[in-house]
Design a binder for this molecule. Structure first.
Ligand code: NAD
Length: 496
C-alpha cells in the first residue's frame, strides 16, 4: 500500500520540455492549485506562439534526423520497453507527483495510474515490429503492396482527470509508430508528464521526439494549427473536440482522433444474482475519481421491482467512501478538480431539485474546512432526459436514477440524444444481455462489470458526439500510421 506523504515535500519540474530538456519560456505564468486544499502549489508557465513553434520545429528536426522513424522497429520497441520499466521503477516519485495536484489519490496513483501507464507503453511497443503493410493481390507481372509509415509530428492534447494515463494513451501508439510528439497536458494538472519526458530521455529516446508544452486552450489551439503538425490526437470535452476538429480542418484537413465526453447508462435488471455486489459496482462506477471519468456510469436505469432496495444499497456503498486529501493513503473519495467545477456540479443538483427532481442522498459539499473541493456522492430520482442532470455530462459524483418495467423501456431510457461512450448491463439472462449489447449505441458495453480491465487490446472510444477513432487496441496504433500504395510492374511490356 502506498504511504501518505507531505504535499510540501513534492518537487515540481519547472518549464516546458523541448529537445530533451526543461526550458523556460518568455510567456506569462499562472498559479496551479491543489484540489485537496485549494492552495496554489506551483506556477504554470504559459507557452506563447514562439515557444509552440520552437517545440514543433524541434520535433520535426528530431523526426527527420534522429533515426527514430527509420531505425529497426524492434529497436524503437526496446526504448519504449525501457521507458516503461523506468516509469514503473519511479513510482515513488511519479505517484506523489501525480497525486499532489490532481484528483488521483496516492493509493490509486501508485496502484493503478503509474503501472497502467507503463503497461500501456509496453503494449504499444509490441506493435512496432508486428503491424505493417501487406502484399495486395494483383495481375502476374506486378507487385502491389502497401507500406505504412509515421505521419511526422503528432500534436497530443490531454485532459486533467487521469493526467499520466490519458497522456500515455496518446503518446505510446504515436511514438511506437515512429512519430515525434508534442504533448500539451491540461493546465490544471501539467507537471507529472514532465517527469515522463525526463524518463523517456533516460530510456534512450532521442531528444526532440517527445516534447511537452504547457498552457491553456490557446496553446492547444496554436498546436493544432501549426503547419508542421500532421495529426492531432485529443482527449477532453465534446465542445473542445469540436473546436479542434474545426482548427484541424481549417489548417490542412489534418486527421484527428477525438476521445470525448459521455453520459453513460448502467442498466440493472431484477434478475441479478447478488444485489449487494451489483449495487457496489454501480456505486463505484460513479464514485471513482469522484465521477470525473469519461465513462462514469452516471445514469442508473433500474427495474422498478427492485429500485427502492437497490438505491438503498447504493447509498450504503456511497457512505463507505473515505474523504481526505489525495496525499493521505486512506482517502478513497477524490476532490473535485476546481472550486469552479464544484460550484457548477452543485448548481446542476440544486436546479434539478427546483425542477421537481428528488434528492435521495448527497447534494452538498464535504470537508469544507480543509479548503478542498469535496462533494458528497449524490443520488437524484424523479428525473428525465428533459433535465440537464440527465442530459449533460456533470463530471462529478452525481447519479441520476430512472426506472423501467421491461427491456424495451430500459433500452428507450438508455438511449442518449448525443452521447454514446459506454454502457453497463447487469443481468443474469445471457439472451437479454446479448440483445442489449447489440442494441445499445455505445462504443463500449460492459456486461456484469463496469470499467476498464488491463486488457489494452480492447479499443476504447465513443459513438456520436462521444468521439472519433479509438484509443488503445490495434486501431489506436494504426491511426498513427499513413498507408502508401505501391504498384510495381516487373514483366516485359505494359500490364493492363
Ligand atoms: P477540456 O476539453 O476542457 O480540455 C482538454 C484539453 O484541451 C486541455 O488540455 C485544454 O487545455 C485543451 N483545450 C481547451 N480548449 C482548447 C482548444 N480550443 N484547442 C485545443 N486545446 C484546447 O476537457 P477537460 O475538462 O480537461 O477533461 C474533461 C473532459 O474530458 C470530459 O468531457 C471527459 O468526458 C473527457 N474525457 C474523455 C475521455 C475519453 O476517453 N473519451 C477520457 C478522459 C476524459
Amino acid at each position: 500500500m502506498a504511504s501518505s506523504f507531505d504535499p510540501a515535500s513534492i518537487v515540481v519540474p519547472r518549464g516546458h520540455f523541448i529537445g530533451g530538456h526543461l526550458v523556460k519560456g518568455a510567456g506569462e505564468a499562472m498559479d496551479v492549485r491543489r484540489p485537496s486544499d485549494g492552495r496554489p502549489y506551483a506556477a504554470l508557465p504559459l507557452a506563447d506562439g514562439a515557444l509552440v513553434d520552437r517545440a514543433v520545429e524541434n520535433a520535426w528536426c528530431a523526426f527527420r534526423e534522429s533515426g527514430w522513424a527509420t531505425r529497426a522497429p524492434r529497436e524503437r520497441a526496446q526504448v519504449l520497453r525501457r521507458w516503461a520499466d523506468l516509469i514503473e521503477a519511479d513510482v515513488g516519485t511519479l505517484a506523489p507527483l501525480e497525486a499532489v495536484g490532481s484528483t488521483r489519490t496516492i493509493a490509486a496513483a501508485a496502484r493503478w495510474d503509474v503501472p497502467f501507464c507503463a503497461e500501456g507503453i509496453r503494449f504499444f511497443a509490441e506493435y512496432a515490429d508486428k503491424l505493417g503493410g501487406e502484399v495486395i493481390p494483383t495481375a502476374q507481372g506486378q507487385l502491389g503492396m502497401t507500406i505504412t509509415g509515421p505521419y511526422g509530428v503528432v500534436g497530443a492534447i490531454a485532459p486533467w482527470n487521469f493526467p499520466l494515463v490519458m497522456a500515455s494513451w496518446k503518446l505510446a501508439p504515436a511514438l511506437a509508430a515512429g512519430n515525434a510528439v508534442v504533448l500539451k497536458p491540461s493546465e490544471l494538472t501539467p507537471f507529472s508528464v514532465l517527469r515522463l519526458a525526463e524518463l523517456a530521455i533516460a530510456a534512450g529516446m532521442p531528444p526532440g521526439i517527445f516534447n511537452v508544452v504547457l498552457g491553456d486552450g490557446r496553446v492547444g489551439d496554436a498546436l493544432c494549427r501549426h503547419p508542421r503538425i500532421a495529426k492531432v490526437t485529443f482527449t477532453g470535452s465534446t465542445r473542445t473536440g469540436a473546436s479542434i476538429m474545426a482548427a484541424c480542418a481549417e489548417t490542412g484537413t489534418k486527421p484527428v482522433t477525438l476521445e470525448l465526453g459521455g453520459k453513460s447508462p448502467q442498466l440493472v435488471f431484477a434478475d441479478i444474482d447478488d444485489i449487494d455486489k451489483v449495487a457496489r459496482r454501480v456505486a463505484q462506477a460513479i464514485t471513482t475519481n469522484a465521477g470525473q471519468v469519461c465513462v462514469a456510469g452516471s445514469r442508473l436505469i433500474v427495474q422498478k421491482s427492485i429500485a427502492d432496495q437497490f438505491i438503498d444499497r447504493v447509498v450504503a456503498a456511497f457512505n463507505e467512501q473515505v474523504v481526505g486529501p489525495t496525499w493521505q493513503s486512506s482517502s478513497t473519495l477524490s476532490p473535485i478538480i476546481s472550486g469552479r467545477d464544484l460550484e457548477r456540479i452543485d448548481g446542476v443538483v440544486k436546479r434539478t431539485v427546483q425542477q421537481g427532481g428528488t434528492l435521495v442522498s448527497g447534494g452538498c459539499r464535504l470537508a469544507e474546512d480543509s479548503g478542498g473541493f469535496f462533494y458528497q456522492p449524490t443520488i437524484l430520482t424523479g428525473v428525465n432526459m428533459g433535465m440537464e442532470a440527465v442530459r449533460d455530462e456533470i463530471f462529478g459524483p452525481v447519479l441520476c436514477v430512472e426506472t423501467f418495467d421491461n427491456d424495451d423501456e430500459a433500452l428507450a431510457l438508455a438511449a442518449h440524444p448525443s452521447y454514446g461512450l459506454s454502457a453497463g448491463v447487469h443481468t443474469s439472462d445471457l439472451n437479454r444481455a446479448m440483445r442489449l449489447v447489440h442494441e445499445l449505441e455505445a462504443g463500449t458495453v460492459w456486461v456484469n462489470r463496469y470499467g476498464r480491465s488491463w486488457d489494452f487490446a480492447m479499443p476504447t472510444g465513443g459513438f456520436k458526439h462521444s468521439g472519433l477513432g479509438k484509443d488503445l487496441g490495434r486501431y489506436a496504433y494504426e491511426a498513427n500510421l499513413r498507408i502508401k500504395s505501391v504498384l510495381i510492374d516487373f514483366a516485359q511490356g505494359d500490364v493492363l
